[in-house]
Design a protein around this ligand. Structure first.
Ligand code: C2E
Ligand code: MG
Ligand code: MG
Ligand code: MG
Length: 278
């Protein structure tokens, strides 16, 4: 503030801006180089079946092993991928790795499912389902083993194409899941429109305080009932303690994910999947 008043501030801020845009440009160049390579690493987070106490499947979460900056999390590079047209290539890479890993688990005698997060770009591409279908064929993985997670904001534009893509995925046997449920506008409208959705994932923000905030608890409980009335499976995101897990089980929630159950981690062999049930 003072520097600006003194007249030198403008130069200082400008240099910061230049630095920021140079950093972004470097990151974009590196991402373009790495987006389809082994530098994109998948971590897998388990989804626990609350009725059986066994691990049902895994969600694939991408990380970028950057040569100088280390392991970058999705929020550090997904926006850049989206803005620079690299998102389709990224999804293709993630999808390929996830399907290959899931096929490996199946071959090892563990028929778990794998979930991949889609982007808005993917749902606007008419050939997205065809691409997935070819991948599943190539790895002899049944379509029922794959879930595609979408968020409601992805459905805001190009309704016709988006709905067609989701319908095709569903008719192929791929499960469509609504991620971060409850955090967007018109959530109920989307639930009606997304008549093919098989799963909804209750956002972590509701789970985090459901034992201390009666309002969150009421929302969680009634969403579970609502989903069940619609024939939709409910997954609780971000479960961080045993008490929350117990309450969710009692309220009839189907599945749970969270640090208490397992953190996202590199893929392990099927043998180590059968961890003690919580
Ligand atoms: P998401 O799909 O809702 O994934 C859940 C995020 O919450 C993950 O963060 C996960 O590590 C984190 N998480 C899981 N359990 C807990 C918990 O108990 N406590 C807390 N505090 N956090 C927990 P991550 O891996 O950083 O991913 C962030 C978001 O980036 C994802 O949110 C998803 O929207 C997006 N994303 C991740 N991988 C991909 C991908 O391959 N493609 C696309 N398009 N998006 C991806
Ligand atoms: Mg997700
Ligand atoms: Mg989520
Ligand atoms: Mg999220």
């Amino acid at each position: 503030y003072n520097a600006k008043r003194a007249g030198g501030g403008h130069v200082v801020y400008q240099r910061d801006d230049d630095q920021e845009s140079r950093r972004r440009l470097e990151l974009t160049t590196a991402l373009r180089r790495d987006v389809s390579t082994e530098a994109m690493v998948l971590h897998y987070q388990p989804k626990l079946d609350l009725r059986t106490g066994s691990i049902r499947g895994f969600e694939a979460l991408v990380r970028w092993q950057h040569p100088e900056l280390g392991l970058l999390s999705p929020d550090q590079f997904l926006p850049i991928a989206e803005q620079t047209g690299l998102m389709s290539a990224l999804t293709c890479n993630v999808m390929t790795k996830a399907v290959r890993q899931c096929a490996r688990w199946h071959a090892e005698g563990s028929p778990v499912s794998v979930a991949v997060n889609a982007s808005a770009t993917d749902l606007r591409h008419e050939n997205f389902p065809q691409h997935i279908s070819e991948l599943l064929d190539r790895h002899s993985l049944p379509a029922g083993a794959l879930t595609v997670e979408i968020t409601e904001t992805m459905m805001l534009s190009d309704w016709a194409t988006t709905d067609r893509v989701l319908d095709r995925l569903t008719s192929m046997g791929v499960a469509v899941s609504i991620d971060d449920y409850g955090t967007h506008h018109s959530t109920l409208s989307y639930l009606r429109r997304l008549h093919t959705a098989r799963e909804l994932k209750l956002d972590r923000s509701f789970i985090a305080d459901m034992l201390t905030a009666p309002r969150s608890a009421a929302i969680v409980r009634s969403t579970i009932d609502l989903a069940h009335d619609l024939g939709i499976t409910v997954v609780a995101e971000g479960v961080e303690d045993a008490a929350t897990l117990d309450a969710l089980r009692e309220w009839g929630c189907d599945q749970a994910q969270g640090y208490h159950i397992g953190r996202p981690a590199p893929a392990t062999s099927a043998a180590s999947l059968s961890q003690p049930a919580r």
